[in-house]
Design a protein around this ligand. Structure first.
Ligand code: HEC
Length: 157
């Protein structure tokens, strides 16, 4: 019997997230390496940034998106991550902030949304078999890694 993900989604969400966590190397102790991207991949990551992040962080990533003034915590200037970390871009920490799967459940004060679960859900999408959840998790991981790499390319020296 072939079960479609959309029928099972509610039921399998916890499983999916577990699978996702298992497939996300950054959630373990291993350091992530943001990959070198082709220009097409970088353009896609920049597009993801515009779609999902610029509303708060601004198109130029400096923290002044259209809803920034509505937030209690000001969105970070994402061009200064490396500078704030003493010059070295902390790819691991950035990955975890974006992915969000290892955040404590009661992370009540953060206004920074998390993207791991959403990107997995989008990758599973309509008509993808539940057996492909692992692939979906990998797609989501890569997408976040590409965002991390994109952010690395826009750091102020
Ligand atoms: C709803 C507003 C909002 C959206 C959308 C948003 N962020 Fe954020 N982000 C914040 C806020 C506010 C902070 C400040 C830190 C906090 O809340 O802990 C932040 C912090 C961060 C940080 C930590 C920076 C640092 O140096 O501490 C990173 C990295 C980041 N965001 C990346 C992203 C990415 C990538 C996206 C899109 C996939 C995104 N954000 C979407 C509001 C947002």
């Amino acid at each position: 019997m072939k079960l479609r993900a959309r029928h099972l989604f509610a039921l399998f969400l916890p499983v999916l997230l577990t699978v996702a966590t298992g497939a996300l190397p950054a959630s373990a102790t291993k350091a992530i390496t943001a990959p070198e991207l082709t220009s097409a991949e970088l353009a896609k990551a920049a597009q993801d940034f515009t779609t999902y992040c610029s509303v708060c962080h601004g198109r130029d990533a400096r923290g002044n998106g259209p809803v920034a003034s509505e937030l209690k915590t000001p969105p970070a200037d994402l061009t200064g991550i490396a500078a704030r970390a003493g010059g070295e871009f902390p790819a691991d920490a950035v990955f975890k902030t974006i992915e969000g799967l290892d955040m404590p459940a009661a992370h009540g004060t953060s206004e920074m949304p998390i993207w791991g679960a959403l990107f997995v859900r989008q990758a599973v999408g309509e008509g993808v078999l539940i057996e492909d959840a692992k692939t979906a998790a990998r797609v989501a991981t890569d997408r976040i890694k590409h965002l991390v790499r994109y952010l690395e390319t826009i750091q102020e020296k």
